[in-house]
Design a protein. Sequence first.
Lengths: 201, 201
Amino acid sequence: MSTGSPVEIPARRGTAVRLRQGQSVRVINTHGQQVVDTWAFRDGDLGEFMSMEHSRVALGRIIPGVGDTMVTNRRQPILTLTEDNSGGIHDTLFAACDRWRYELLGCTGYHDNCTDNLSTALAELGLAPPETPAPLNLFMNIPVIDGNRVEIRPPVSTAGSYVTLRAEVDCIVAFSACPQDVVPINGLALRPTEAHFEVLG
Amino acid sequence: MSTGSPVEIPARRGTAVRLRQGQSVRVINTHGQQVVDTWAFRDGDLGEFMSMEHSRVALGRIIPGVGDTMVTNRRQPILTLTEDNSGGIHDTLFAACDRWRYELLGCTGYHDNCTDNLSTALAELGLAPPETPAPLNLFMNIPVIDGNRVEIRPPVSTAGSYVTLRAEVDCIVAFSACPQDVVPINGLALRPTEAHFEVLG
């Protein structure tokens, strides 16, 4: 059951939402080629958060699929992937982009980045992240080739496709519509767009 | 040039060493099947540390090879892998083991773990880690199969084989001889052993 209409994650920006245990959030790739960096923090104790390095151990795979439950840095369930019609390609290997990433890519001056977007998103709730955990990079396509090499490829997702994540505990979920416009993380057009989310249940 | 004889990393325990820029540390797999979780923190600012999720982006691979430079969470060079006669299999995907890992594996009571070993090792220098970064798990064999599935396998390294890491900045390097004895991280015998390190140059 939807509790409201889709909320925009503005292009190049972040936002956050509180979920109660059992609620779900649907993350919609509105235009189809937009990566959404996603974090989850336990409500009331932000020092416990969804951890990619702990989730890979728990899942026995690097890309979560439907039915998989991501765990925290204390190995407790936090988000379960319950639906995915996006093609099933997401990333758990790459850090959130940050100002140093864009400096290395040759950008001069300030460039929007997912690390700052996380801070801004939590600040709107009066909170601050204890660190920048490695995100669950929804729709991001970083294949591991021959068991070692990683490549940056455009998303395989299509306009309107989505994933749904169920909260296993009360938590704060933050999103960043990745502002990467130098390499084709967000498609070959190098054009970051808005995405949407919808709280269900 | 060696500046001393090999120092023991006791079985199931951690230790740390300060390196000046340009010094190297050789990490020796004394008995051949021992995983050594390895961290590096910038001396004087422990909030900057070697990051696996940033290093994978920088390297374009998940397993560093000779000549590869690991970077920090600010994407600055910190350690370069300059020698490796261990077979070249290391892990950057799995979190350090911790008390929750052993609880989930059915252990009752306290079990030694790499997360606590990092804290103990830094405490001996009067320091505390700001968090437990995902470690560079030297000699650990976690293949990515078909681009997604990960498996825990025994190390491919042999007794006396080693890797050498050169400090690109003044840093503190911490090691934990992983106490994992439930799954075959440290070989099919499930018997954690000591390892050694030697500071060079």
